[in-house]
Design a protein. Structure first.
Length: 258
């Protein structure tokens, strides 16, 4: 009896868009640093460290969103497309809850930053940056949730396109808002934050519109609290795992480097 020879081609077809998607996040961070650097060391420190701290706020709910791919893939494998779409909708719920919790905690941001040994100028600029940047928590989590839904369905190309779009928008908005071009105000560090918020939000709106349009003609999915809690039951440990691994790096940046 002969067996087919396994090849990495199917894996690579699915994987290379994921690699590109993750790489866009590196490009965004590099672009922010390069485009803000001329404003001085304090502006550069506030933007780069603020970007890492913002991601520290995103990473727990994004870690929860990662498990959406598992549910989506399992249901897609059973030819239950409608069931898989339910977990796309649960991703929207996760994004909404994440944004609501972030807004509730924003008032404690100045107290949190005061615990670190930043210079007064860096602390003030980072407080401004994070106060704006964290407004995109829901959009960032929503993009991750939908990317995992589509990835579980075997479509990793669409999330890649959305992330590349967000990257290009972020660079464009940086150019418009950091120094002020085409009539826009020069906002400096705050401009870099608003650029990220605008790019992330627009990319999420586009992604959400595609998701909704993909469901035209399908019956309305029956969402249940029990199933959403089941998602959280598996997702929260994953989110905590990602958070603990990243917080070690964040602690180094905010304590040792500062």
């Amino acid at each position: 009896m002969t067996h087919p020879i396994a090849t990495p081609r199917p894996l690579l077809i699915l994987a290379w868009p994921v690699i590109v998607s993750r790489s866009t996040q590196v490009v965004v961070g590099l672009a922010d640093a390069l485009m803000i650097a001329h404003l001085g060391e304090s502006a550069l420190a506030a933007t780069t460290t603020g970007g890492l701290n913002a991601f520290a706020g995103f990473i727990f709910p994004m870690g929860i969103a990662f498990v959406i791919a598992s549910f989506s893939a399992q249901l897609t494998g059973r030819d239950d497309a409608l069931g898989a779409r339910r977990f796309g909708w649960y991703g929207f719920a996760l994004a909404l809850v994440s944004q609501a919790l972030t807004l509730a905690l924003l008032s404690g941001l100045p107290w949190l930053l005061s615990a670190f040994d930043y210079t007064p100028e860096v602390e003030g600029l980072m407080n401004d940056y994070l106060g704006i940047r964290l407004l995109s928590t829901g959009a960032a989590v929503g993009i991750e949730a939908l990317a995992n839904y589509y990835g579980g369905c075997g479509n990793t190309g669409l999330p890649m396109k959305i992330n590349v779009t967000a990257m290009l928008l972020n660079v464009a908005f940086n150019w418009l808002l950091i120094d002020g071009h085409l009539g826009f105000p020069a906002l400096g560090v705050a401009g870099a934050a608003w650029a990220s918020v605008s790019a992330t939000t627009l990319a999420f709106v586009l992604f959400a519109a595609i998701f909704v349009l993909d469901g035209r003609g399908l019956p309305r999915p029956r969402l249940t609290l029990h199933e959403f809690l089941r998602l959280l039951r598996f997702g929260v440990p994953a989110g905590l795992n990602w958070s603990f691994e990243f917080f070690a790096f964040i602690a180094f940046v905010n304590i040792v480097v500062a």
